[in-house]
Write a protein that binds this ligand. Structure first.
Ligand code: HEM
Length: 445
C-alpha cells in the first residue's frame, strides 16, 4: 500500500485517500502538458479520489459526477470557496463574490443578482449589439490570430457594457494588461512577490484596477446608467441593503475578470471547431441568415446551431478547468475520509471527457446535446462549465448573450479556415488557451 492522507477513526468505514509523493512541480508540469492523460493515469493508479503535492500544498482531486455533486451542492456546508480560491487568487481578487462563503455570500449574491435580471440583461444587450456590429464590420481579414482578436473584442465589450466609459486606447490597453496579469498570477509556481515575477505583477495590477475603479465611483453613484458599474452602485436587496464603495470595487474587479477570459476562450474554441468542421460553420451560418443582423433578446434561444456548438466547445474545453474548495470540517467524498483543512478540487476539464457519460468523448460532436440524444442529461453534474450549487456562474446568461451575438455577426459576414490537419496546441498552465493564439485564414463574404 502506498502513502495515504489521514485515516478516519478506527471504527469508521471510510477509506483513507491514496496519495502520490512524487515531486509536486514535476506533477504540475505533467498535468499542464496533457491534463487528460494525467487524470486518466491517476484514476487508473489511485481511483477517483487521490492526493498530490502541488503549488506548495496537498491537493485532493475528486473525479466523477457524484463527487462533483457532493462537493458543489455542499448540502452539509462542509466545503468553502473562500479559503481555497483565496490561496490561488486571493491577493488579486480579494473579496470577490466567488471568494465569499455561506451567509455573507448569500447576502452579497442577492444584491449582485440585481445586475443580472432578464430586464437588466436586455439593457446590456441594447448596448452590446451596435458595438459588436461595429467591431465585427472592422474585423481583420487574411491571417488572423483569433484569440487576440476575440480578447480585444471582449475587453471592448466589457468597457462599454460593464464600465459604460469611453476610455482612450492607451488606458484601455493598460486595463487589459492589468486583468491579464491578475489572472496569470494565480497559477504562478513562485508564490511570492519577487520583482518581475507573476505574483508580483498580479499585486501591482490589482492596485492599478483598484485605483481605476475608485477614481470613477462618484460619477457612477451620481446617475443610474445601463452599465454594470452603475447598476452595482445602485443595486439593493429586498431589505434595502446596498454595496459600500469597497464592495463595488471588489465585485467589479472580480466580475470583469470572471467575464473576460472565460468568454474569450469559449469563442476561440468555437472558432476552432467551426474551422476544423466547415460543415458546422455552414450550418450555423445558414441559421444566422434566417435572422436579421440585429438580434432581439428572444432570438438568442432560437440560434440552436450556435448553441449546440457552444455547448460542445464548453464541454471539450471548459474555460474554468477545475473548482477548488476547502474542507471546513472532517467529512467524506465517495467513501473517502476528507479531514478538515483539506484542499479538494473538482476537475471538470477531465470530468467532461468521461466515457461513462459521453460517447467518443474526445470527438467534436455537437449533436450529442440535441434533445434526442441529450448525453449531458445523464447526470446533473455531467456538464458543468458554469459550475453548480450556490456559486454557479451568475454571468452565464450574459456570457451566452455575448458569445451568440458575436458568433452570429461573425458568421454572417466572414468565413474562416485552418490548414488541413491543423490541431490547436493548448497551453493549460493558467486558463486553457492556444499557444499559437489560433491563426485562421479569414475571408469576408
Ligand atoms: C463562458 C463563459 C463563462 C464560464 C465558462 C464561467 C464559469 C464559471 C464557473 C465555473 C464559476 C464557478 C466557480 C466555482 O464554483 O468555484 C463561475 C462563477 C462566477 N462567474 Fe462565471 N463564467 C463565464 C462567464 C461569466 C461572465 C460573463 C460573468 C459576468 C458577467 C461571470 C461572473 C461570474 C461570477 C460573479 C461568479 C461567482 C459566483 C458566485 O460565487 O456566487 N462569469 N463562472
Amino acid at each position: 500500500m502506498g502513502a495515504v492522507l489521514a485515516q478516519a477513526d478506527a471504527e469508521s468505514s471510510l477509506k483513507a485517500v491514496p496519495f502520490s509523493t512524487r515531486n509536486g512541480i514535476l506533477e504540475m508540469m505533467r498535468m499542464r502538458r496533457d491534463p487528460f492523460a494525467f487524470s486518466a493515469e491517476r484514476e487508473r493508479k489511485y481511483g477517483r479520489v487521490s492526493g498530490m503535492n502541488a503549488l506548495g500544498i496537498t491537493i485532493v482531486t475528486c473525479s466523477g459526477p457524484d463527487a462533483a455533486n457532493q462537493i458543489l451542492m455542499n448540502k452539509d456546508r462542509a466545503f468553502a470557496n473562500g479559503p481555497a480560491w483565496t490561496y490561488l487568487i486571493g491577493p488579486f481578487f480579494n473579496r470577490g463574490i466567488m471568494l465569499l462563503d455561506f451567509d455573507e455570500h448569500r447576502d452579497h449574491r442577492h444584491i449582485l443578482q440585481q445586475a443580472f435580471t432578464p430586464k437588466v440583461l436586455k439593457g446590456y444587450m441594447d448596448e452590446l449589439q451596435p458595438m459588436v456590429a461595429d467591431r465585427i464590420s472592422r474585423f481583420p481579414t487574411g491571417q488572423v490570430k483569433m484569440l487576440s482578436e476575440l480578447k480585444q473584442l471582449t475587453l471592448d465589450v466589457a468597457l462599454e457594457v460593464f464600465l459604460g466609459l469611453e476610455l482612450p486606447q492607451d488606458e484601455a490597453d493598460r486595463l487589459n494588461k492589468a486583468f491579464i496579469e491578475t489572472v496569470r498570477a494565480g497559477v504562478a509556481y513562485v508564490r511570492k512577490p519577487i520583482p518581475g515575477g507573476r505574483w508580483w505583477k498580479g499585486i501591482r495590477s490589482r492596485k492599478i484596477l483598484e485605483e481605476f475603479f475608485y477614481a470613477h465611483i462618484d460619477e457612477k453613484r451620481a446617475t443610474l446608467t445601463p452599465d454594470l458599474f452603475s447598476v452595482l452602485c445602485h443595486a439593493e436587496s429586498e431589505d434595502g441593503t446596498s454595496f459600500t464603495d469597497e464592495d463595488v470595487v471588489n465585485h467589479m474587479i472580480f466580475v470583469l475578470m470572471a467575464a473576460h477570459d472565460t468568454t474569450t476562450i469559449t469563442m476561440t474554441q468555437m472558432s476552432y471547431w467551426m474551422a476544423k468542421h466547415p460543415e458546422w460553420q455552414e450550418k450555423a451560418r445558414a441559421q444566422s441568415f434566417e435572422f436579421g443582423d440585429n438580434l432581439e433578446y428572444a432570438d438568442l434561444a432560437n440560434l440552436t446551431v450556435i448553441d449546440l456548438i457552444m455547448r460542445e466547445s464548453l464541454r471539450l474545453c471548459p474555460p474554468v478547468p477545475a473548482q477548488p474548495r476547502m474542507a471546513m470540517k472532517d467529512t467524506e467524498v465517495n467513501g473517502y475520509f476528507i479531514p478538515e483543512g483539506t484542499f479538494v478540487v473538482v476537475p471538470q476539464l477531465a470530468n467532461h471527457r468521461s466515457a461513462e457519460i459521453y460517447s467518443h468523448p474526445d470527438m467534436f460532436d455537437p449533436e450529442r446535446f440535441a434533445p434526442d440524444r441529450a448525453e449531458d442529461k445523464a447526470h446533473r453534474m455531467a456538464w458543468i462549465p458554469f459550475g453548480g450549487g450556490v456559486h454557479k456562474c451568475i454571468g452565464l446568461y450574459f456570457a451566452q448573450m455575448q458569445i451568440k451575438t458575436v458568433m452570429h455577426q461573425l458568421l454572417r459576414h466572414y468565413e474562416w479556415s485552418v490548414p488541413e490537419g491543423y490541431t490547436m496546441p493548448m497551453d493549460y498552465s493558467a486558463l486553457p488557451v492556444p499557444k499559437d493564439k489560433l491563426p485562421v485564414q479569414m475571408r469576408r463574404l
